[in-house]
Design a protein around this ligand. Structure first.
Ligand SMILES: NC(=O)c1ccc[n+]([C@@H]2O[C@H](COP(=O)([O-])OP(=O)(O)OC[C@H]3O[C@@H](n4cnc5c(N)ncnc54)[C@H](OP(=O)(O)O)[C@@H]3O)[C@@H](O)[C@H]2O)c1
Length: 288
């Protein structure tokens, strides 16, 4: 089976490539910006002609769409661009592809008043990012009910290749003795990209369709998560100061009490979400 991945040079894409190594699939790696040291196919999902040409040439059976404008505040500042990438890009893929699409979405489709959430809870995004990701979900599922949406939240790894990882920001700040202010009233279940990538592989292998949540085991505030990181890697945790979302004045509104309940996929795939502690142990080698 041939699988084409968009946005495959981001943090989740890199974990996904690692996880796919134990499977016998042919992977076609694409990205908008590919460094000269790396192989791959340039594919901007905003460019419908480019998508058609690449799909005609490589004829994948499945597309895994990871490409997205993931900076939540940037989406709020540039709503037109956010819609072009996160909605327009998905329309371009659907217009040019008849096979199965696996699409990554987010707990930001919820308003954060009463999380953590199951797949049947009411969606009500409070930010442009959340609105664009929800619109994309609806396009994907209307296009073909066999498609698959996996919602994730606070994906992290320690990698040079992204600005989307909370772990990178915390560790790089603490290593450089920089004080950080971290919100203590935004709750989620942070998820290692390897944990999400392994689930994506199992979903492909088992041909799962529909909408599913996947999040790791521990529900914590961002502040608690930063404290766990500092303790695990032996950094000075007094550099981490709690702050409320109101005080921080982030550009985009955030769902506060959010996070994802993964029971639906746990029951189907017979999997167990890992703890933060186990995930950070797995990442340790990359930090030294
Ligand atoms: N990070 C999280 O906490 C989180 C949580 C839930 C869901 N998700 C979803 O998971 C997916 C992967 O996110 P991630 O954490 O791996 O983020 P990431 O590191 O920011 O990766 C996103 C990738 O998409 C690429 N991209 C952006 N615009 C594109 C375009 N027009 N055409 C092709 N590629 C484009 C980016 O490439 P450039 O190098 O060109 O920017 C980047 O490589 C996204 O759909 C995101 O919405 C993420």
């Amino acid at each position: 089976m041939k699988i084409l991945i968009t946005g495959s040079y981001g943090q989740l894409g890199r974990s996904l490539l690692e996880s796919f190594k134990i499977y016998n699939f042919e992977i076609i790696q694409t990205g908008r910006n590919i460094s000269i040291r790396e192989d791959g196919i340039r594919l901007d999902i905003q460019d419908s002609i480019n998508i058609k040409a690449i799909l005609d040439l490589h004829t994948p059976d499945i597309i895994i769409n990871l490409a997205a404008m993931t900076n939540v505040d940037m989406c709020e500042k540039q709503p037109f661009l956010a819609k072009e990438v996160n909605i327009g890009g998905v329309i371009n893929i659907c217009d040019n592809f008849k096979g199965k699409i696996l699409h990554l979405s987010t707990d930001y489709v919820f308003d954060g008043k009463n999380g953590p959430y199951t797949e049947t809870d009411k969606v009500a995004p409070v930010s442009i990012y959340g609105q664009t990701k929800l619109a994309a979900e609806q396009i994907i599922m209307n296009h073909n009910p066999d498609n698959l949406i996996i919602r994730g939240n606070v994906l992290y790894d320690y990698t040079l290749y992204t600005k989307a990882s909370f772990l990178n920001w915390v560790l790089d700040s603490l290593k450089n003795n920089r004080t950080i202010r971290v919100v203590d009233d935004q709750f989620n279940n942070p998820t290692w990209t390897k944990s999400m990538a392994d689930i994506i592989c199992l979903c492909v292998k088992n041909d799962i369709s529909g909408i599913y949540h996947w999040g790791d085991a521990d529900f914590v505030s961002r502040y608690e998560f930063a404290q766990i990181i500092a303790k695990k890697y032996d950094f000075d945790n007094s550099l981490i100061n709690p702050v409320s979302t109101n005080e921080l004045s982030q550009i985009a509104p955030r769902p506060l009490k959010s996070g994802l309940i993964s029971d639906k996929i746990i029951n189907i795939l017979d999997v167990i979400p890992p703890s933060i502690e186990d995930c950070l142990s797995g990442i340790s080698k990359k930090i030294e």
